[in-house]
Ligand binder design. Structure first.
Ligand code: ADP
Ligand code: MG
Ligand code: ZN
Length: 474
């Protein structure tokens, strides 16, 4: 009965070494207000100078989005006062943004493909941070002036699912291009969700609400759900016009609800005008040619992994959605192991052991080690079960794989003579059980297998034990 309409604005922090308009470092986790200078503190007379690296990254992003990259773009002032913005305006791109008319394709769960239009993406300066501490608020300007690119879609998404698919794709592309770390918790990938509803069949856009302050995909999905419910209920209760207005709402992660934060300003309130302190931003032929050659993107990598390694669609998707995982996987494959085993040991076993600060980029068990471990299962040096113990050990101890196998004494005994000797010993030690087994008590076979495995301290190849015992006990 209602159709959901969603448009997304994503602020991505670019990982340049220095800020957008000055040479201060962009690492804002330093002591407060130390990465600042007259320009980002907005002292009178200090002038901004554009950081070229930002344009280079914009070329990469525009190319990835199949967009028009405007070779000449301009900066504008958006006026508003906020304590963490010492200029009392934000330098952004309003009239001619650097990127226009791009798109991203998403694949819905039913297999259908859908194109989400990226209307434009522009460069702008971030604000500092207000830190509220009891009765007082403090201002930290380390972040003031760091470069952002704001990526804005058309009102093209029709469900939370579509919105999340688009966001995950965009997130993955930012990481593939390595133009930002896109860490949602730390605010380097910030999503504003614009939501409205309309009766099915209507083309007109109804009043939209902007929901801010959501820092995980899970919560974005929730925020859309509760906002759609609020608007639909208002409609059904006949109070839509009174209750739904164009405003900015905050998502409360504890109560799972959206709350009014402020009325949404219209463009006119911002008194946009061309930034007088900056020259136009020009992308030279040389810069364009160099940065429009971009690395393989997730879709292409997924198709290649399916073709080259025989991965199924699902696993290929999981592995290539994250650039670090894709790199890790590809490096594991250099050990000449099966793609199926590589997938399991990477996405199940290793993933389960990564905790807290430990991730794929700094895990003590790197791709080569994990690949070698899988190889030792495949060449029957160790059993799959023993490999889990080896992996546990390697996570905690600095050691090579083979060294760890030795240290733990987990080498699988495949020497048939040795296994046979152990079987003989167990059989000789349990004459009564042998009689019972031969008399028809089949269940006892398991007892013998267990005893031999125990005698070998788990190192005997279980298949070999079974075969030998079968031959001896009938
Ligand atoms: P502003 O500049 O005020 O934020 P925009 O017109 O740039 O507004 O739109 C911001 C975002 O809101 C865009 O992603 C756009 O697609 C989306 N949007 C606009 N109208 C609607 C609507 N009625 N319902 C849902 N999303 C909308
Ligand atoms: Mg906006
Ligand atoms: Zn500065």
């Amino acid at each position: 009965m209602f159709e959901v309409v969603i448009g997304l604005e994503v602020h991505v922090q670019l990982n340049t070494k220095t800020k957008l308009f000055c040479s201060c470092a962009t690492s804002f986790n330093h002591t407060q207000n130390t990465n600042t200078c007259p320009t980002c503190l907005a002292l009178p007379g200090a002038l901004p100078v554009l950081n070229k690296e930002v344009l280079q990254k914009a070329v990469m992003l525009g190319t990835a989005l199949g967009a028009t990259v405007n070779r000449t773009s301009y900066f504008d002032r958006k006026s508003y006062f906020y304590p963490d913005s010492p200029t009392a305006y934000q330098i952004t791109q309003f009239y001619t943004p650097v990127i226009q008319n791009g798109a991203l394709e998403i694949t819905l769960s039913n297999g259908e493909k859908k194109t989400i239009n990226v209307a434009f993406a522009h460069i702008e300066a971030d604000a500092g941070k207000n830190i509220h501490d009891g009765d007082i608020s403090k201002v930290d300007l380390n972040r003031a002036g760091t470069p952002l690119v704001e990526i804005v879609t058309g009102p093209d998404m029709r469900s939370a699912e579509e919105a999340i698919l688009y966001l995950k794709k965009l997130h993955s592309i930012i990481r593939y291009l390595d133009i930002g770390d896109a860490n949602m918790q730390e605010g380097s990938f910030r999503v504003d969700v614009n939501v409205s509803i309309r009766p099915k069949g209507e083309e007109k856009l109804y009043t939209r609400v902007e929901v801010k302050n959501i820092n995980s995909f899970k919560f974005i999905e929730k925020a859309i759900e509760v906002e759609v419910r609020r608007q639909s209920e208002a409609w059904e209760d006949g109070v839509y016009d009174e209750e739904i207005c164009q405003e900015t709402r905050l998502f409360d992660q504890v109560k799972i609800e959206t709350r009014s934060m402020r009325g949404k300003e219209a463009a006119a309130d911002y008194r946009y005008f061309p930034e007088p302190d900056l020259l136009k931003a020009v992308i030279s032929d040389e810069m364009f040619d160099k940065y429009s050659v971009i690395p393989e993107l997730p879709d292409a990598k997924r198709e290649r992994f399916i073709k080259d390694f025989g991965l199924n669609q699902y696993n290929a998707d999981v592995i290539t959605s994250d650039i670090e995982m894709a790199k890790f996987f590809e490096e594991m494959m250099l050990e000449g192991i099966s793609a199926k085993n590589a997938t399991t040991w990477l996405t199940v076993e290793l993933q389960a052991r990564l905790k807290g600060e430990v991730n794929l980029t700094n895990t003590p068990v790197n791709a080569k080690k994990l690949g070698t471990l899988v190889k030792r299962i495949e060449d029957k040096t160790i059993s799959g079960k023993a490999a889990k113990d080896v992996l546990d050990y390697l996570m905690e101890n600095e050691s090579g794989v083979d060294e760890a196998i030795d240290t733990l004494g987990l080498k699988q005994v495949t020497d048939m003579g040795a296994i046979e000797a152990m079987c003989d010993e167990i059989i000789a030690a349990n004459p009564e059980k042998v009689e019972q087994l031969k008399g028809g008590k089949d269940k006892l076979f398991g007892f013998f297998v267990g005893q031999v495995m125990k005698a070998s301290q788990g190192s005997a190849n279980p298949q070999a034990v079974n075969e030998i015992l079968k031959a001896k006990l009938g």
